[in-house]
Ligand binder design. Sequence first.
Ligand SMILES: Cc1ncc(COP(=O)(O)O)c(C=O)c1O
Length: 454
Amino acid sequence: MNHAVDPGLMQAAEASGSTPSADLGAYWMPFTANRQFKKAPRLLARAAGMHYWDVHGRQILDAVAGLWCVNAGHARPRIVQAIQQQLAQMDFCPPFQMAHPSAFELAARLARLAPAGLGKVFFTNSGSEAVETALKMALAYHRVRGEGTRTRLLGRERGYHGVNFGGISVGGMVGNRKTFGLAVAGVDHLRHTHDPARNAFSVGQPAHGAEFADDLERLVALHDASNIAALIVEPVAGSTGVLLPPVGYLQRLRELCTLHGILLIFDEVITGFGRTGQPFAAQTFGVVPDMITCAKGLTNGCVPMGAVIVKDEIHDAFMTGPEQAIEFAHGYTYSGHPLACAAGLGTLDTYAEEGLLTRGSELGAQFAQAVHSLRGEPHVIDVRNIGLVGGIELAPLPGQTAQRAFQVFLDCYERGLLIRTTGDTIALSPPLIIESGQIDQIVETLRAAIRRAA
Ligand SMILES: Cc1ncc(COP(=O)(O)O)c(C=O)c1O
């Protein structure tokens, strides 16, 4: 297919103010092979429900909820109206020493969705900022309680916690260390839980590997618990290839963190808001962390927003000292932005009215069967799933990691399907409004593309 942008469409779009200029030079794109992209750009112009339309008017089925965020589907009327009304009423409200009612309302509604006991909410603008906020909160919490030696932060190999310095430090991605060096000092990592020799093609949670949690004992023996502030993990690692926690693993992590006084942070930027079949993965797996970081589905991707949801006792520990003192010297100009709060409230209304936060449980079995039907296709070396998340791992082309999956991505796009790839894993995370027939459409388009890539 010719990917050159149709000049007439671009002109019309520019006149309506909906797309940038056809000159693609100035925009330095994030996490993108810029030169390759600009030779054959994939430009989207419109979205509604389960679909995008590109600038040529071609319809594309969205199998990844944009980027794991448009959980209620695109252009949902309640969310659109809420944002429009808020913008007309009040564009901005300073968040320091001032506030507006909908920030309180959204915080209260989020706390009600979260596991019992996590009753306080701190707003940020992204998942990365939610992670930085949670890590700083953990350090400050121990200090305010007189345990200021607890400064070490723990993460896990193959973890992804956004792009800021704290996040890349606790994250476990080799590329970040290679490119950006040491980042934050005083960090260590658990081993990851991916164990294809025992667990390949597990349907749902892998049966083997709860004992990987005992790696925390190794770090405690090495650093001493009195020096460790927090452990951050994704309940399901998304960006490094859809890695599920083995049965019993998160429970064991919880027990060990409690035993050693280490705060347990679940990074639910991807797993939050119904992705695994419950509002949060903490509920799907029955494990209550001390903090949850979230973003993406919080506003259905419509306005940037993140949040840290924390246990009441963590918040309460800060509420000591003189009343006029700022208890936690942290925040962003756009924390609790009125447009983001409006989007968040419209989003939570939409989720509630349509029962979307548990739809992943209802459709989970059908989705599992559909993605696991790809077992046996050429080069498919593993299939992983939970709720409405699927990971299909392909054997890499010799010496060209990620290229086979990227070929499949391009092929699917040509045929009107948007998927995502990370390394050689294809990740599926469709909007939670997906219909049965669309699950089949995704998997059959993918099957044909995988066969062609063989
Ligand atoms: C688990 C996790 N944490 C943090 C982030 C970073 O979020 P953002 O891109 O909104 O900064 C992501 C993004 O995908 C994520 O998956």
